[in-house]
Design a protein around this ligand. Structure first.
Ligand code: NDP
Ligand code: 2IT
Length: 457
């Protein structure tokens, strides 16, 4: 193996910088995509210094360019009879280790930059799971809020009428993300099945249990995130037991993160939605949150009507001013900026686990790392969802289903493994304890080796 010298390090730095500049030039005005690229590239210089073969094979130039980007019109008719048009996307980023895999997001903020950042992150996250899944992501700038069930069905059917051309159990396997849950996956699966004329269960994951879904998929991202944070805590002789936790969001990831936090004997004192946050010093009543958000699709502000001792505050970022031992950002990208990170640190936060994708800005991550906060980066900490999606694909292929306990045990083992691999990679590359660097490197190497083996494609 070549030795690392000042010269090889300098060549690696120049290589990484030149690829970064090409990405900026080729993808102007895509700030979220640039941010995700920068975070990874900053971690990888020591890998190229140690293994110049990755430079010789053009791995970085290739990995930052999606294999395919599809953008399409999604026309549909609303309940008043008015035609509406949204824009749909699927980014098929990398298929070196398996079929493209990643969620679909329905949110008005969706654009090419958001889908590309998510698709790029997904490559490394999926690699970290150790399972054979490539990276992809999709969605639409559709706002499901306030839409009737019939409107959701018409929209998702129109979306799938175009998307079906690009997906399949061995090609590309979408799942949920923000705004896409069991209901939307059900309508999309129905439409795909109708168009294809066959029951290809493995084309989507996050399906209902009675038609090919996996037990534990609903809980997987939130549970997995808490399993990961638990590993970080235990490495320092700490635990969830008796600690105070703040969890942002009140959607799929947030709800099941709160559930597992409660099971481990800690108290969640705050959660939020896109309008504001609730603070309940007695501990958030999860049954109320589940009913309000999963069943009634209402605003989190309504919580205080049933729990008058709790307080509701308008606006999202204030949630990070609440003192806590552990913070789990589980809502959306860039929800913790430098100022919020400094507030959390000043209030004594010990660990941060990213349930959402890229919830901390680069400056916030720096602040956590420089102040010795245990920091579980998104790619590693929220990989439990896609890991159980891959287990759903396995069960579909076998035409069998595993019990909740079996899948949960596999999920737990995968999260421990991701933690250990990230710790080890950070150590090998001289950045002990930095799980951002560790996860990026561990995720990258598997994909890079597969790309080397498969030639320039
Ligand atoms: P949901 O749609 O179920 O919930 C999202 C939650 O975040 C809601 O409470 C929502 O509020 C809030 N939220 C959404 N957008 C914003 C915003 N712009 N500002 C403030 N709050 C916002 O989505 P998920 O729980 O599935 O996803 C949450 C995060 O986790 C995302 O970053 C997603 O990419 C990531 N993730 C999801 C996985 C999964 O398996 N579902 C796997 C790995 C990561 P409101 O109710 O007002 O809409
Ligand atoms: O960001 C993610 O990992 C997801 N939204 C889940 C993807 C999946 O295919 O289960």
């Amino acid at each position: 193996m070549p030795t690392v010298t000042a010269e090889t390090t300098s060549i690696a730095k120049q290589y990484v910088q030149s690829v970064y500049e090409t990405v900026i030039k080729r993808n102007p005005h895509e700030s979220e995509f640039h941010q995700a690229i920068k975070e990874i590239l900053d971690s990888l210089t020591p890998v190229f210094a140690k293994h110049p073969k990755y430079m010789n094979h053009g791995i970085l130039e290739r990995i930052v360019e999606p294999e395919r980007v599809v953008s399409f019109r999604v026309p549909w008719v609303d309940d008043s009879g008015k035609p509406q048009v949204n824009r749909g996307f699927r980014v098929q980023f990398n298929s070196a280790i398996g079929p493209y895999k990643g969620g679909l997001r329905f949110h008005p903020s969706v654009n090419a930059s958001i889908i590309k950042f998510l698709g790029f992150e997904q490559i490394f996250k999926n690699s970290l799971t150790g399972l054979p899944i490539g990276g992809g992501k999709g969605g639409a700038d559709f706002d499901p809020k306030g839409r009737s069930d019939n409107e959701i069905m018409r929209f998702t059917q129109s979306f799938m009428t175009e998307l079906y051309k690009y997906i399949g159990p061995d090609e590309d396997v979408p799942a949920g993300d923000i705004g896409v849950g069991a209901r939307e996956i059900g309508y999309m699966f129905g439409q795909y099945k109708r168009i294809r004329g066959g029951h290809e269960a493995g084309v989507l994951t996050g399906k209902g249990i009675i038609y090919g879904g996996s037990l534990t998929r609903t809980e997987a991202t939130g549970y997995g995130c808490v399993y990961f944070v638990n590993e970080m805590l235990e490495s320092k002789g700490l635990s969830f037991q008796g600690s105070k936790v703040v969890v942002s969001g009140s959607g799929n990831v947030s709800i099941y993160a709160m559930d597992k936090v409660n099971q481990l004997g800690a108290k969640v004192v705050a959660c939020s939605d896109s309008n504001g946050y609730i603070y309940d010093p007695n501990g958030i009543n999860l049954q109320t949150v589940k009913r309000l958000k999963e069943v009634e699709r209402k605003r989190i502000s309504e919580y205080v009507n049933e729990h008058p001792h709790a307080a509701y505050t308008e606006g999202c970022s204030g949630i990070w001013s609440i003192p806590c031992d552990i913070a789990l950002p589980c809502a959306t990208q860039n929800e913790i900026d430098e100022e919020s990170a400094k507030l959390l640190i000043a209030n004594g936060v010990k660990a941060v686990g990213e349930g959402a994708n890229m919830p901390s800005t680069l400056e916030a991550i720096d602040a956590f790392l420089h102040n010795n906060v245990l920091f579980g980066p998104a790619k590693a900490a929220n990989a439990g969802g896609v890991a159980v999606s891959a287990l759903e694909m396995s069960q579909n292929s076998m035409r069998l289903s595993w019990t909740f306990e079996e899948v949960d045990a596999k999920l737990h083992a995968i999260m421990k493994n991701i933690y250990q691999n990230s710790v080890r990679a950070a150590e090998v590359y001289g950045q002990s304890g930095n799980l951002v660097v560790g996860a990026n490197i561990a995720g990258f190497i598997r994909v890079a080796d597969a790309m080397v083996a498969q030639g320039v494609v």
